[in-house]
Every structure is written in C-alpha cells, then in structure tokens.
Design a protein around this ligand. Structure first.
Ligand code: ADP
Length: 171
C-alpha cells in the first residue's frame, strides 16, 4: 500500500488545495493531509481552526485522512510510513521553492518521492494569502474557498462592505 502525505499550512484551505487533494486521492491507497503546525510562522487561523476547516472540506474525499505535524516533513513521513509527498505546482514561481525542498528532502530521506501536480487552470491563481487579502478588504471569496472557510473569514473580518458607488473610491 502506498501512503502519501500532502503537507501544507492551509491558512486557510482553498478550492485549489481541495482540487489537488481530490486528484491525489485517486492515485494513492492512503492519503494523509498534514496540516503544518509551525510555532514561529505567523498564521491567521489557529491549528485547531485549520484542522477543522480541512476536515470539513475533505470529509467526502475517499481514503483521505487529516492530521497535523510539526518538525521536519521527512520525520513525519517516516513516522507514518509514507514514501510519497504530494505538492501542487501553480506557476513558475512555485517551481524554485519546490525544487529546493525536494532536493533537501531527498538528501534527508532518499526513499521519499515527491509527486508534483500541476494546478488545474481554474485554480492556478488561488493562494491562501490572496484569499486572506481579499477577505480582509471586504471582498467576496465564497467561490474560491469551501463554505466553512468563507464563514470563518467572515467571522474574522466582519461583514462584507457594500459595493463601491459609481464615482466613489470607498471613502
Ligand atoms: P505553505 O504555506 O505551507 O506553502 P500552502 O497552503 O501555500 O502552504 O501550499 C501548500 C501546497 O499547496 C503547495 O504545494 C502549493 O503549491 C499547493 N497549492 C496551494 N494553492 C494551490 C492551488 N491553487 N492549486 C494547486 N496547488 C496549490
């Protein structure tokens, strides 16, 4: 049985993440979605909130489970018996970072294979940080994130601002 790990901060999970998780779930017998808990990385949502949102968003995806991890990804993969880690590749900008991470992880765990999946064209522009920026500025992100994430963002940033009136710039 091939166990794969899909690690990310998921701060918060977006429809782009859900797409990669769904597609990866069809390739492996067991897919562990691992929410990264980095004590020093500034995040908008607590680990518990991120876990809850990821669990809700992936509840119906077969043979997929959700957990959290800290420390090195290779140590986590060894612990759960995974030999594959799945990453999404959006534009060229993702490539350099992913290439570097893959090379470093291979040094530390040569048997770990990185499977990089190209983002679907409809989600290639989505990132957690852009979602937070739009939501913080009162924009509507409901078509870009799972329902519970849209709710959490609304709670966090308050209700949407009314649309700009003609000739006005929101002042
Ligand atoms: P981190 O902050 O840990 O990098 P992210 O949530 O930004 O976590 O991304 C983790 C993984 O999810 C990366 O492999 C990234 O390429 C992938 N990913 C993020 N957004 C998308 C998307 N819209 N489509 C496909 N993959 C994505």
């Amino acid at each position: 049985m091939t166990i794969a790990v899909l690690p990310a901060s998921f701060d918060p999970i977006t429809n782009g993440h859900v797409d990669i998780i769904t597609r990866a779930s069809g390739l492996f017998e067991r897919l562990i979605v691992a929410v990264y808990s980095h004590p020093k990385k500034p995040v908008l949502f607590s680990l518990d909130e991120r876990l809850e949102m990821v669990r809700e968003a992936t509840a119906l995806i077969p043979h997929t489970e959700v957990t959290s991890f800290d420390g090195l990804l290779v140590d986590f993969c060894r612990r759960v018996g995974a030999i594959v880690t799945v990453r999404g590749l959006r534009a060229l900008s993702d490539f350099e970072y992913e290439f570097q991470q893959a090379a470093l992880n291979r040094r530390m765990m040569p048997e770990l294979e990185v499977v990089s999946m190209f983002a679907s064209d409809v989600y290639g522009f989505l990132s957690s940080s852009i979602i937070k920026e739009i939501a913080e500025n009162g924009g509507d992100v409901s078509a870009m994130v799972p329902f519970s994430v849209a709710e959490h963002l609304q709670e966090r940033f308050g209700t949407r601002r009314p649309p700009l009136v003609a000739g006005g710039y929101g002042h």
